[in-house]
Design a protein around this ligand. Structure first.
Ligand code: GLA
Length: 385
């Protein structure tokens, strides 16, 4: 939605014009999947697909929220912020407001309109974008000075405890802290990070959504978390480690006998994926895109065979991409069970790539994938209108 259209809608809903625009980003993850909650390093980047929040203070004791595609206004009473967990829409905002308030940020009444261009359920972190943009809006209106990492942590807490999804820190961190044309190498155990230029030369990243209807992603995600926690507990009986990411592949092989069945497979994915992140960052820094592509493929195979979070749609979409000579590598990103892939594709061949993969995916799966025009941008932004 254009800014003028958003202003018009804001006025229709709230009677006055918005005064501020807060935005936070959706994200991709180059590599390092399902390792953030195991203390591993991830390598995400913020996108031009964003949650745009138009706002103004309302002088009342309520926060009102509405969305451009859901024009009903939801009213959150500032004194009752713990009571909106079951809202179909508005619970992310309520959760963020609740945890900001709990951490000592006074909540100031305001009217907010959400125009989110991150496709929902796509694995591009629309929920993190909603949370982080809400966190920055409410902190600005509270007049407190904030730190973007703190906003990411509060947003994660809201998602874990209010929305009930036990996610790691990757999405909210990338949404808040992203930097134009850079990926963030983030150590999820210490929150130390480094920006690495996402220089792909004659290549670019193509983001494709397999459009598999969403179901039970949150509960399957929480099961995976439980499985890796089980693995860690078993390993700690013989080895003093604080998280799975601390194990080298060699150390893991020495303790693997302690694990059985799916728990062993899940832990092996985590340890090997952490190793791939290191190698991928080196490959990118030295301009070895062929190696980077190979590592992306390996990551996908591991998410398919060991972590078992892909499904036939994501497997098909990435496999069709891999078959293309203009593509160096392809993998699913995010939680999985549906959502998006990224592929490294030769810039001058993107159009043909998309049309061939699109056609072949449709004939194999029976419905179409979506392809997005993306660029890597900053995380949180704040603008006076
Ligand atoms: C989701 C979660 C993240 C991360 C990814 C998998 O996006 O929100 O914390 O665990 O899945 O890497």
């Amino acid at each position: 939605m254009l800014q003028t259209e958003a202003q018009k809608l804001f006025e229709e809903l709230y009677g006055k014009k918005a005064e501020d625009l807060f935005t936070a980003a959706g994200r991709i993850n180059v590599i390092g999947e399902h390792v953030d909650y195991c203390g591993g390093k991830v390598f995400p980047a913020a996108l031009n697909l964003r949650c745009n929040v138009y706002g103004r203070k309302n002088g009342e004791n309520v926060i009102r929220v509405a969305a451009s595609d859901f024009k009903e206004v939801v009213t959150l009473e500032i004194d009752k912020l713990d009571s909106y967990k079951n809202l179909k829409w508005g619970n992310y905002q309520a959760g963020v407001a609740y945890y900001l308030q709990e951490s000592g940020t006074p909540m100031v009444g305001c009217d907010l309109l959400y125009d989110c261009t991150v496709p929902f359920g796509s694995g591009l972190s629309s929920s993190a974008a909603i949370e982080v943009s809400t966190a920055v809006a409410l902190s600005e209106y509270a007049g407190v000075s904030y730190d973007k990492v703190q906003l990411a942590l509060i947003s994660q807490r809201a998602e874990n405890k209010y929305a009930g999804v036990n996610c790691g820190i990757m999405d909210q961190f990338a949404s808040a802290m992203g930097k134009k044309e850079h990926a963030i190498l983030l150590d999820c155990s210490s929150l130390e990070y480094e920006y690495v230029p996402l220089k792909l030369g004659d290549y670019c990243l193509v983001v494709a959504n397999c459009n598999k209807p969403h179901n039970l992603v949150e509960s399957k995600y929480n099961v995976r978390r439980h499985e890796v926690e089980t693995a860690l507990k078993a390993i700690r009986k013989v080895k003093d480690v604080s998280c799975l990411a601390e194990l080298t592949p060699k150390e893991f092989n020495e303790v693997k006998y302690l694990l059985s069945g799916v728990v062993a497979k899940r832990a092996e994915h985590v340890v090997m994926e952490c190793q791939r992140v290191k190698e991928a960052v080196e490959a990118l820094k030295s301009g070895d895109l062929v190696e980077l592509g190979r590592l992306l493929n390996e990551s996908h195979y591991s998410l398919r065979d060991l972590y078992e979070v892909t499904g036939k749609e994501l497997d098909m979409l990435s496999e069709l991409a891999r078959k293309e000579t203009c593509c160096l590598g392809s993998r699913m990103i995010g939680a999985g069970f549906g959502g998006c892939t990224i592929s490294i594709v030769k810039k001058d061949a993107v159009e043909g790539f998309i049309s061939r993969v699109d056609r072949a995916y449709y004939s194999a799966i029976g419905y179409r994938a979506s392809f997005y025009e993306t660029s890597v941008e900053d995380g949180v932004t704040v603008q006076k209108l």
